[in-house]
Design a protein around this ligand. Structure first.
Ligand SMILES: C[S@@+](CC[C@H](N)C(=O)[O-])C[C@H]1O[C@@H](n2cnc3c(N)ncnc32)[C@H](O)[C@@H]1O
Length: 417
């Protein structure tokens, strides 16, 4: 049996930059060759394969084309489940923060889309699949039927026209393309995720528009802001989760929460740590906030002066976010998507040091065997953009219990309509 990395090597894909679409067709085909979905990927997958095989001078194509590669051995950390119980698609897939927990729960991913090439590479390393690119240029006919549509869509703000005449109102925005896919494929469940700020954006009208359009598309919608720190990771990361189902209303109160853990239990013990070598102040009186954060001190940089009352100079809100230092006896603030935006300094064992990139992935709940790419800036960006895996796991577990029609077998649902 041939394994995925040797196919990639044989096709000399590494030297072939730019054409991720061909590889997206090929990998989607290989992942779905045992089900009806492969039909919609086959032609372009074959064309790409033949082209690459010719350019790479290999004879595998001359023998029997694509079929020579099947069945394939997936030498990747997160293969699809063998006997899937449901199917899903992964839009704005990033590095797979939805895919890992949904696969764990028995889901088979039948389509993914993500246009950042570094994220595509991380996704391929971990799942053996290259996501399709820009969703705004996607031919939605290739998106197969599926049970759950997942989209951690970018928080691109949009203003409503005020007419609320259906989802066309949102044309020109990324969520519009999600609505288009929903209209065409009518998934059983829609699972959307975004930053907490979406709740308040444009005087709450943006969220109301999204909910309204989902309702117009035939879904009963429920939504709630959840915090990653309630799901076993020491990070105060609040995200809005929006869930739609065609018949039932999702009950958020059934989601199992856990006690907030503390950051110090998630840290590396041995490493070449980066200690802070500039002046900083550590407070004597460090109070735990309701969120679980403990403001320990600050880098002696910019302090807000205007409007600061006497005696409040040491409050965390006076100090610019990147300059704040938090104690590892509490939780960490939400990881940002840019290393330069700070927020990585921790007060641990009486020293101030920076969280390592491995620690960042750990406090998002990424498993140890998750493969990271070799670009430090991108690694920070990817993890800061992602989702806390245990939180998505807890949500998806309840979606499966409360909403999915378990009688439908995946092979029925994944036939292209
Ligand atoms: C908030 S992040 C979602 C991350 C993802 N949930 C994860 O677990 O890593 C949004 C992602 O959408 C991608 N994106 C933005 N615009 C896109 C577009 N037009 N087509 C495809 N992907 C896009 C970004 O590159 C980014 O990775």
């Amino acid at each position: 049996m041939i394994n995925y990395s040797s196919i990639r090597e044989k096709l000399k894909v590494e030297n072939h930059t730019g054409d991720t679409e061909g590889l997206a067709f090929l990998t989607h085909y290989l992942h779905n060759h045992e089900n009806g979905v492969a039909e919609s990927y086959q032609q372009k997958a074959t064309e790409y394969f033949e082209l690459r095989a010719k350019e790479s001078g290999i004879d595998i194509a001359a023998d029997s084309g694509l079929q020579a590669m099947l069945p394939i051995k997936w030498d990747i950390p997160f293969p699809s489940p063998k006997d899937p119980e449901f199917t899903f698609i992964d839009l704005f897939a990033g590095i797979g923060g939805f895919r890992i927990p949904l696969q764990e729960l028995g889901g088979k991913c039948v389509f993914s889309s993500e246009f950042n090439q570094h994220a595509q590479r991380a996704y391929e390393l971990n799942f053996g699949e290259v996501p399709f690119g820009d969703i705004t240029k996607l031919d939605i006919n290739i998106v197969p039927k599926h049970n759950i549509l997942c989209a951690g869509f970018p928080c691109q703000p949009f203003s409503i026209s005020g007419k609320m005449k259906g989802f066309e109102d949102t044309r020109g925005t990324l969520i519009y393309h999600v609505f288009e896919i929903i209209e065409k494929r009518k998934p059983e469940v829609v699972l959307l995720e975004n930053v907490k700020h979406l709740v308040y954006h444009d005087k709450k009208r943006t969220l109301a528009t999204i909910v309204q359009h989902l309702e117009d598309l035939g879904y009963k919608v429920s939504k709630k802001v959840l915090n990653a720190s309630d799901f076993g990771v020491p990070q105060n990361r609040e995200r809005i989760i929006i869930i739609g189902h065609r018949e039932k209303v999702f009950d958020f109160s059934k989601i199992k929460k856990q006690a907030k853990p503390v950051l110090k239990d998630f840290l590396d013990t041995k490493n070449d740590f980066e200690y802070l070598d500039e002046p900083y102040t550590i407070l004597k009186d460090q109070k735990r906030q309701v969120s679980g954060l403990i403001f320990a001190g600050y880098r002696n940089k910019t302090i807000r002066k205007a409007g600061v009352r006497p005696g409040t100079e040491h409050l965390s809100r006076v100090h610019k976010q990147p300059n704040r230092i938090y104690s590892t006896e509490g939780v960490h603030p939400a990881l940002p998507s840019q290393e330069s935006s700070g927020r990585f300094w921790i007060w641990h064992e009486k020293k101030v040091r920076k969280l390592t990139i491995e620690e960042c992935y750990r406090i998002m709940g990424f498993p140890k065997n998750f493969k990271m790419i070799y670009n430090r800036g991108e690694l920070y960006k990817q993890i800061g953009n992602s989702v806390a895996i245990p939180m998505i796991n807890a949500v998806a577990e309840q979606i499966k219990k409360q909403l999915l029609n378990t009688k439908s077998t995946p092979n029925e649902t994944i036939r292209v309509a």
